[in-house]
Write a protein that binds this ligand. Structure first.
Ligand SMILES: [Fe+2]
Length: 436
């Protein structure tokens, strides 16, 4: 049994404690689970859950280059199925579907694990991240809700489950409750970038930008250090500064704390998404787009069509450097993309990724009415390619800019009505209109 009474089929206390450390890294982004798991597996190659965990950690990077090692780990786990306990067998089933790109099945299989073992942190964290990648707001909230009553403040790692629940509440627009639960989590464990992030989202969505900036500044030591999620919280801080029209500060943070992570796709996404907002606001970003477009180009040689959310952001970077040829080649790839080994992404690409890439293509070519049509077509189903409301606002802002440039004044008014009703203090929409 592990520290939460979840059955594991090894008994070596030192290895279990090391495994526990890898789980905390997985939940907090502080430290890196794969290297810890490699050490554990070198000592105990028959540690089934460690193989599954390794597969998950690689796979959820959402980068094709890590698919092969994820598949290797699944194969290593499969060889141990006969001696695995029931929980590990169920988890294996879920992970096999996950790495096979069958995300809906994987999501349900993880629920089956959690139904039987509600304190299985690995299944819970995996399910939560999968719900994020699927843009499944309901389950971002409801999956942690289905297990929380089986946890107590005394269960190791309780605060991280509160943090997941808080983020899910936020994505379901229950801001007051989200903030309360996230602050409860942070009172127990302040070094929790995910719970910090949940509060930050609340500040973003409610237009409490000054308060959000203060919140992040006061807790900088807890979220901004050496962890794999820091650049995303810096990105959020930049969004809050943009609302305050402190544009110079945004560029400073971008240069100091965001662009450096660009080798990692998740960081490259944030860097691209931030610069694109600045571009929509008519700000001079110098030659900052060029290295991002180069990184995307290098990645997409192998990664195009691997995850629609990434493809869209790559297209934005190509558009910003006027590389129409690369956008066309990406669009062409997606038009024929069948992705037999990645069915979840086929659906996302068809419904969201391809039309958005085509929308960016139209925007870059100055066909703003076409761009508005494509962005408008997708925006209400865009959650299906993952990300948060705050991240996907880039679609609304680009639609707004396109509509303005196309002279579609009634559409502009219609969209601005929505923005002003939902976040009366928000200025980004107005700033995009002024720039367009
Ligand atoms: Fe976020």
């Amino acid at each position: 049994m592990d520290v939460r009474n979840t059955p594991v089929s090894i008994e070596n206390a030192d290895l279990l404690s090391a495994y526990e450390g890898a789980l905390v890294s997985f939940q907090t982004f502080v430290g890196e689970p794969v290297s810890q798991l490699n050490k554990i597996l070198a000592e105990e190659p028959e540690f089934m859950a460690a193989h599954l965990f390794r597969a998950i950690a690689f796979y959820l990077s959402s980068e094709q280059r890590f698919l092969a090692p994820a598949q290797d780990s699944v194969a290593n786990a499969e060889a141990l199925l006969d001696t695995a306990n029931e929980r590990e067998q169920m988890l294996f089933h879920a992970v096999r579907h996950l790495v096979g790109g069958r995300w809906e099945v994987a999501g349900r299989a993880l629920d089956a694990v959690l139904q039987a073992y509600p304190r299985d942190v690995l299944a819970l964290q995996t399910g939560h991240l999968l719900d994020f990648f699927r843009g499944d707001a309901q389950n971002l909230r409801n999956r942690p809700a289905r297990v929380l009553p089986d946890w107590s403040p005394d269960t190791p790692g309780y605060s991280y489950v509160l943090g997941m629940y808080a983020f899910g509440l936020e994505e379901c627009n229950q801001y007051a409750q989200a903030e309360e639960v996230a602050r409860q989590a942070l009172a127990i464990q302040p070094v929790d970038p995910w719970s910090v992030h949940a509060v930050t989202h609340v500040m973003e969505m409610m237009g409490r930008s000054q308060e959000g900036i203060r919140f992040l500044q006061e807790r900088e030591a807890d979220w901004a250090g050496d962890n794999g999620f820091a650049y995303h919280n810096w990105w959020h801080l930049c969004l809050l500064y943009l609302e305050q029209e402190e544009d110079q500060r945004v560029l400073e943070i971008y240069d100091q704390s965001i662009v450096g992570g660009g080798e990692i796709t998740l960081a490259l996404l944030d860097a691209t998404a931030l610069l694109w907002r600045l571009k929509l606001l008519g700000l001079d970003v110098g030659d900052r787009f060029k290295p991002l477009a180069d990184l995307w180009a290098a990645k997409l040689d192998a990664e195009a069509g691997y995850y629609a959310f990434n493809d869209f952001h790559a297209a934005l970077a190509f558009c910003a450097v006027n590389d129409g040829a690369r956008i066309e080649s990406l669009a062409e790839h997606l038009r024929h993309y069948a992705g037999a080994d990645n069915p979840a992404n086929v659906e996302m690409s068809q419904a969201v990724g391809l039309p958005l890439v085509q929308g960016v293509q139209a925007y870059g070519a100055g066909r703003f009415a076409d761009a508005a049509q494509l962005f408008g077509q997708v925006r209400d189903v865009a959650h299906r390619f993952g990300g948060s409301h705050a991240q996907r606002d880039i679609i609304n802002l680009t639609l707004l800019g396109s509509a303005k440039k196309a002279g579609q004044d009634t559409l502009v008014r219609y969209l601005m009505n929505e923005r002003q009703m939902l976040k009366p203090s928000g200025v980004l929409g107005l700033r995009v209109l002024q720039a367009a």
